[in-house]
Ligand binder design. Structure first.
Ligand code: ZN
Length: 185
């Protein structure tokens, strides 16, 4: 089993073997290089790479830390997250890659002529789609109750004065929405 510190692995040896052959690799790479702002530290996990007749499948799961902003207070919430990776790679000259081709498959990734398999697009796609946009710190941040009540329908008058501007914003957006609705009639 080989270890990967980068998101690229050379599978030329696997490509030369018969369909059904598989290898396992350990991934332990710096997450920052993927350019996803929520990613922290490393991405690690083990992946199975299987040679098919005309393609190569990558299947496995990786573990990483995601820092997602709380939907209310915007404080980052860091959570260790397991992400499933699954992708099909084909020769970069194959018809599957060409958008004009009848065999075009938008979900495949290219494998270059030297047999380099780059996992970064696959990892980025799987990670971004696993980020929960509605994450909530559930009271662990300062001011949570005040923000929560400002967002509630029953806006109390004794909220933290620092959140006061939010009340005005909320009211303005509600007013604008009702005006737009009227305009649609
Ligand atoms: Zn919060």
């Amino acid at each position: 089993m080989s270890a990967m510190r980068e998101f690229t692995v050379n599978v030329s040896k696997l490509l030369g073997s018969q369909a059904g052959t598989e290898i396992y690799i350990e991934l332990n790479a710096d997450a920052q290089s993927l350019g996803v702002p929520e990613l922290q530290g490393c991405i690690s996990g083990s992946l199975r790479i299987l040679k098919g007749t005309k393609d190569v499948m990558v299947v496995g799961s990786v573990l990483t830390d995601l820092a997602t902003p709380c939907r209310l207070c915007l404080d980052p919430i860091v959570k260790s997250t397991e992400i499933e990776l699954e992708g099909r790679f084909v020769d970069s000259l194959a018809e599957d890659i060409v958008p004009e081709s009848p065999n075009y498959d938008p979900d495949v990734f290219p494998l270059d002529v030297s047999g380099n398999l780059d996992l970064s697009d696959l990892a980025r796609q799987c990670i971004v789609s696993s980020i929960d946009p509605n994450i909530d710190c559930n009271g662990s941040c300062e001011g949570y109750d005040a923000v929560l009540s400002a967002f509630g329908s029953d806006i109390s008058d004794d909220i933290d004065p620092r959140w006061e501007p939010l009340k005005g914003l909320m009211k303005r957006s509600v007013d604008m929405e009702s005006q737009q609705l009227k305009g649609d009639d």
